[in-house]
Design a protein around this ligand. Structure first.
Ligand code: AMP
Length: 202
């Protein structure tokens, strides 16, 4: 069902791209190549290019990591052995800024005691309390950061979910307009750039 709806969305986006391309061709007297080159940075903005690169890096990091149960860098952050920019802390939870932010606000919320929670997929009934505490802490972080009216909470799970650190963590993201669904939007952006380039060359 998810596959059907995402392919429907992709087909709809493709037909939109096709219509845009047709109109660009039909108005070639209006849109000169120079104008299109000047317009391109607005489509292939540094932000969209860097987010494409960041997505690729995250995927590579996730493929390189594995769920061995070994201590992670987050243990060192909890123990304050390495520095972090802490946003919120209580007895059970620590929230600190992501070192590679994907939004103006990007905070990681983690349980201080991992207790087997390398991934959300390892959650047991005994973890329900800490899972609730993590969600509540995410809301406190959003309030502290001034984004409580619009923010996103993400949990990447396992290699295919793009998880690179095996200590359960919630990403709290906000401070800009979020897109949905995230991957399809990125794919359509790339497709649009490729089609516009091929029309410019043609
Ligand atoms: P994930 O890919 O969901 O496992 O997310 C792991 C996140 O941890 C990534 O967004 C990294 O940028 C972030 N990260 C890794 N090391 C650190 C660090 N030392 N301080 C803050 N964030 C970190």
């Amino acid at each position: 069902m998810a596959v059907t709806s995402s392919s429907t969305l992709l087909l709809r986006n493709l037909s939109t791209v096709g219509r845009i391309a047709q109109s660009v061709r039909a108005n070639s007297r209006i849109f000169s190549t120079g104008e299109m080159i000047r317009a391109l940075p607005r489509i292939a903005s540094p932000r969209s290019i860097s987010s494409t690169r960041a997505a690729h890096n995250e995927e590579a990091a996730a493929k390189a990591a594995s769920d061995t149960g070994a201590p992670t860098i987050f243990d060192k952050i909890v123990a304050k052995e390495i520095p972090s920019d802490i946003v919120y802390e209580d007895e059970n939870v620590l929230a600190f800024r992501d070192i590679n932010p994907q939004a103006p606000v990007h905070v990681l919320v983690i349980p201080k005691l991992r207790d087997g929670l390398t991934t959300l997929g390892k959650a047991e009934p005994r973890h329900t309390e800490v899972l609730g505490q993590l969600l509540h802490a995410s809301k406190i972080v959003a309030e502290k950061e001034g984004i409580v009216d619009g923010f996103r909470v993400v949990i990447n799970n396992g290699a295919e979910g793009c998880q690179s650190v095996y200590h359960l963590h919630l990403h709290v993201l906000g401070g800009r307009q979020m897109k949905w669904p995230p991957v399809t939007v990125l794919a359509v952006q790339i497709l649009l750039i490729v089609i516009l380039f091929s029309y410019m060359v043609y």
